[in-house]
Ligand binder design. Structure first.
Ligand SMILES: [Zn+2]
Length: 81
């Protein structure tokens, strides 16, 4: 798939998730820790908190202000390929 043909929101979300992933792997924390990453929510001034779950091979993230949150799965599986 051509990256440029993806909707703007998808590209922004992918960039956001890559940022979250990089930062969380760098920090390596298993409890939620505040990052420098700003929430992408419209009019939201929250900061993103992230946590690693090594056992499940996941990164969990959430906003400190709004309800946005998510899980990035199979993180090390992707890196090995
Ligand atoms: Zn937010």
């Amino acid at each position: 798939m051509d990256w440029k043909n993806l909707p703007k929101e998808t590209r922004e979300m992918t960039s956001f998730l890559n940022l979250v992933l990089d930062e969380t792997i760098e920090l390596g924390n298993e409890d939620f820790v505040t990052t420098y990453i700003r929430c992408f929510g419209v009019k939201c001034h929250g900061i993103i908190e992230t946590a690693m779950n090594y056992e499940l091979d996941e990164v969990h993230w959430r906003c400190t202000k709004c309800s946005k949150s998510g899980v990035i799965r199979n993180i090390f599986g992707d890196l090995k390929e």
